[in-house]
Each structure stands twice: as C-alpha cells, then as structure tokens.
Design a protein around this ligand. Structure first.
Ligand SMILES: [Zn+2]
Length: 430
C-alpha cells in the first residue's frame, strides 16, 4: 500500500528561556525573509535581474560563514524560509498570469510573521514521542529538540502514527505549535456496503445506504449556540478604549472563545468522518462548490445579489458546518482505509432537483427554501435532503454496479424508473 502523509499539530510548552530563544530564532528568520524580498525587488528594479532561490541559498551560505548569529541557525531551516518567499513569488506570478488580483509578496511585520520550519527529521529538530527519560526520571510527555532552543515539552505523549518528515514551528495567539508532517502506513479499517450522504443546514448529514436505511446526523451548530457569547464578547471589545489594557484583555477572551468553538467543530467533523468510513466501504457525495455557494451572495457591482442578508446568513451556516473540511476528512480517511470515496458532478446529477424515484427534474427549479421534495411527475414525497441522498445513492449503484435493483441505467435523466427505487425505500415514496 502506498504511504500517506499526515499533518499533526502539537502544542509545545517552552520555558520562559526557551520561549525567548524561539522568538529570537524566529526573528532572524523574519529578517532573512524581508532581506531576501528586498534583494529580489532591488535587483529587478536596478538591473532588471530576477534573483532565483538557488542564488539566494548560496548567499545565505556566505552569510552563515561570516555572521555567527546566522551560523548558529540550522542551514536547512533557513532554506525553508527562502523557499517560502520563493513560493510567495510563484503564487504572485501565477495569479498575474491568470489575470487574478495579484497581491505582490509583502514585507512581514512582527505581527504577520508566523515562525519557521525544518526540512527533515534529525536535522535541526528531533521529536521524542511518548515516555521519555530525563535526568534519570521517567517523563510521561513527549519532547522536541530544536537547534538553538533546547529540549521543549510537547503536549501529551505525542504518540505518532508514522515517521516524522518536516516540521513548522508557529506562534499563534501567544502559543507555540509544532506542525509535523508524518509519513505513515494506512491502517484504518473500513466498513462494508455503500452509502451516499447529502450535507445540509438543518441536518448535518442525511445518509442513504445500499440496504435502504436512512441515517440522519444532526448539525450541532456549535457556532449558533456559542454565537450569543461571541456577540457579547465582540460588543464588550468594541466598547473598550483603543490601546487600553482592558481592551487587550477583552480581545484575548474573544480569541480564546473563538478558538474553543473552532476546536469543538473540528472534533465533531473528525468523529463523523471516522464513523462514516468505519461503517462503509464506499462513500459518495456530490461535489460541493462551497466557494461558489458562499461567494455568490453579494453578487457583483454590475449584478448585485438578491436577498443578500438571507444568503449571508446561509453562508454563515455553510461555513459553520464546514462541508469542505468535512469532505476532505472523509476522502483522506477513506484513502487511508482503502475504502472508495466518489463525488458526483453536482451540475449533471442535480441531486437536489432530481426525483430519486422517477429520476425526472421538476419543471420549475426547487428553491433552497423548499424543504420538502414533492414530485410533480410521480408523486413521491420526502424531505429535501433525504431525496438528495437517495438520488446520490442511486447514482452510486449505477456508477459502481453496487448490488441492488441496478442494471437499468438512467439515460440522460429522462428514463422513467418507477418501481425500482421506490421499493428500496419503503414508505418514502407516495
Ligand atoms: Zn418523481
């Protein structure tokens, strides 16, 4: 089986001394980044010369030989910083080429600088997972050794499901994190049978299975329940005087709250995606064009959107449920487990429009506010999300020849298929 990469982010707990060293290493990386950016700009302006990453790497080697501050830093890690700049330029030129809003790479102020990274395990950093011996004593938490910083405590035992490859050290809201990429053997187990899920706002998941079962998973609406508090905290913050101590305190409280909300949501998505892959061998859904769904509300200057306010609320909910994150979790877990994950093309299949029973589309487009599917052709009635899940499940059968009343392929969405699917979902069709 092919190896897979996985990113694990660990909170690290430097002592005051170590934190000061982390800051100073990070600061030198920031200075290097800005200097390398300036170097590229001036070379281009003065001589029309484009400086490459390779040339800058050579210069850094010279700098390291002369400047002990830089000589003390890990060479590969400095390359990582140059590489970040290189990628920023690549992104910029790519956007220019595609005629998008370009955004020239910018100088990094202290507040915009996130940290630094390492290329390979054992070169500048080393992670010790699980039980750890220090001064003859058994320590129960993991440690990470960082060149120029020391041996830093890691949250928990840092059990790792693979071999560490690269590491990024970042500071967020005053806390340090080690984001480690692991190479691991896929070992997840998958279940049997097929399912198709529709993602919704009222119900997080509506799952149709190949055995005709229908499973609903409620949306926890973490943000919704925490929204009151968010609003409260934002209001408190807005009342505080700029630059005051109490403002800083209020801001910290808001950040902590938002972090908590995001973590809870992340946990929920992880649990649900794990469960789905654990229960089924084939998992299908439609290709969510989330970016488009959320972008469309405001419209453009030429063509302002309608119902902006309602849609903005909907967009919020779409983001609350974080379908894109969820879908990527499902697909990577399926890959790990050797299960199959497939996406239907939303435009062609139109699972929210099409009827699961007769495969026909309504003469008038269903609106998002229509919560019930009621087919004008065959009379089938069920919930909107349920219909979408059933359409997707039927599509899976045909796509993969999953056992069931398959064989009669739906031709271009026109072939009437009364009987077959209605029998599969007793009580669902009128
Ligand atoms: Zn129908």
């Amino acid at each position: 089986m092919p190896k897979i990469s996985r990113r694990v982010t660990l909170r690290i707990y430097p002592t005051a001394k170590q934190a000061a060293r982390l800051e100073s290493v990070s600061e030198r990386h920031r200075i290097l980044y800005n200097a390398a950016l300036e170097h590229r700009i001036t070379a281009y302006r003065r001589a029309g010369v484009t400086i490459t990453k390779g040339e800058q790497e050579k210069q850094v080697t010279l700098i390291r030989a002369e400047d002990p501050d830089y000589g003390a830093l890990n060479a590969q890690s400095l390359q990582v910083t140059l590489d970040r700049l290189h990628k920023a330029f690549k992104g910029f030129f790519g956007r220019v080429k595609r005629g998008e809003k370009a955004g020239f790479p910018r100088f990094k102020s202290r507040s915009r600088w996130k940290g630094f990274g390492f290329k390979s395990h054992g070169d500048g950093w080393k992670l010790f997972a699980g039980e750890f011996e220090e001064g003859g004593k058994q320590k129960r938490s993991g440690r990470i050794r960082i060149t120029g910083v020391g041996l830093v405590r890691v949250r928990g035992r840092a059990r790792l499901p693979g071999r560490p490859k690269t590491c990024d050290l970042t500071k967020q809201n005053g806390k340090w994190y080690a984001s480690v990429v692991l190479e691991c053997e896929p070992h997840r187990e998958h279940g049997e049978g097929a399912c198709a899920f529709d993602w919704g706002i009222d119900t997080f998941l509506t799952i149709a299975t190949d055995t005709g079962r229908l499973i609903e998973v409620d949306n926890p609406r973490h943000d919704r329940s925490a929204e009151k508090k968010t609003t409260e905290l934002r209001r408190t913050l807005a009342r505080k005087k700029r630059g005051s101590k109490s403002r800083a305190k209020a801001k910290a409280e808001l950040v902590r709250h938002l972090e908590k909300v995001a973590n809870r949501r992340h946990d929920f998505l992880h649990k649900q995606s794990t469960r789905l892959v654990g229960q089924f061998g084939i998992v299908a859904t439609e290709n969510l064009e989330v970016a488009k769904m959320t972008r469309s509300a405001k419209g453009t200057v030429q063509e302002p959107g309608t119902n902006v306010k309602q849609k903005a609320g909907l967009n919020r909910s779409i983001l609350d449920g974080a379908p894109a994150t969820f879908v990527s979790m499902v697909s990577s877990k399926a890959e790990e487990a050797g299960a199959k994950y497939i996406e239907a093309k939303t435009r062609e299949l139109a699972p929210t429009q099409r009827c699961h029973a007769c495969w026909k589309k309504p003469s008038q487009r269903k609106q998002l506010s229509d919560r019930v599917h009621s087919c004008e052709h065959c009379g089938a009635t069920c919930g909107r999300d349920e219909n979408a899940a059933l359409v997707l499940m039927r599509w899976v059968r045909e796509e993969l020849d999953v056992a069931g009343p398959a064989g009669d392929r739906a031709g271009a969405g026109e072939a009437a298929r009364e009987g077959g699917q209605t029998a599969e979902t007793p009580g669902r069709a009128a």
